[in-house]
Design a protein around this ligand. Sequence first.
Ligand code: PLP
Length: 384
Amino acid sequence: MKTIYVDNNATTRVAPEVLEVMLPYLNEFYGNPSSMHSFGGNVAHKIKEARAKVASLINASPDEIMFTSCGTESDSTAIHAAISSVPDKKHIITSRVEHPAVKNLFEHLSKKGYRVTFVPVDRKGMLDLDYLYNSLADDTAIVSIMWANNETGMIFPVQEISQVIKTKGIVFHTDAVQAVGKLPIDVSKSEIDMLSISGHKIHAPKGIGALYVRKGTRFSPFLIGGHQEGGRRGGTENVAYIIGIGKASELAATHLEEMATRVEKLRDKLENELLKRIPNAIINGDTENRLPNTTSISFEYVEGESILLMMDELGICASSGSACTSGSLEPSHVLRAMGVPFTAAHGSIRFSLGIYSTEDEIDFIVEKLPLIIENLRTMSPFWK
Ligand code: PLP
């Protein structure tokens, strides 16, 4: 059975070009980049190249990029660095729809004595900017707002937000894990202080990330140890993976155009055809302001998990908008924050396409999914 992978916001396939450049650094060139000999020195040189490639993808300078183990570590490092540099400031701001990497950390910090503002979103998933700006206080240590939402694909105006935050002298961090590689990003046109990147969302392997730290941003390391990463993160570098994220960044830059054209057209085709063929199907989020690859669709009166299981039997991989916690299927915090009614939130599916998605795959989903929904609805007590 062929796998039809439309879950690229969860993770992506490692690009063959990425794997190819990584492999020699797992077997042949195993030197430590900190060694004095040229066997290690050559490895250090490859890390330097990779740093420049990641920097180039977001128009940063190479010394503003530090490597981490994942997007979650990048988020945690940025937020901890910001609050520990101003220990007297006890107010922190984020949105109600962040990924758990930020949301759960802010909830943790609230238990540690921080006053947390969670900025709401409206029914279309748009951030309440007035609420955000009115929340800024003299003791605000950091504002952390994601660039694009992983479930709905909603894009937040982080460049504009960063300009406002800058005037107050507050650190601004953005979790750009879902935006990088899908949207053009130019940090020089913003006042963003720190920006998180994850390798496995851009066709590098899982277990590598990066954090952009604008020159001059107050920073204290999370991992204290050796001199690696300019003293910002101790620990011998994950060489092959760093080389991998470098190559993936180079490829991502060349794929941005395709994302905005071919991939977006495929996403629109999938969405339009499903809405045409399936009654009571609703798109979650503002269609004008989304990532080109993502659609979150609610199929009323069916359970997302049942849809996923039936699609899985046909080889179709997608995600649902609920989290199975302690046996009850709770709609995700993102859909709840948007006020999506329970009957719709329950049956929501996220499709996230990628550069390997094909028209045939979309046609297959469009042919099969209406039957799946129809079958499930005949079993639903709520569907008449
Ligand atoms: N932030 C967002 C918006 C994400 O979508 C994800 C992963 O899904 C993360 C952070 C965490 O990234 P990682 O899996 O690399 O820790």
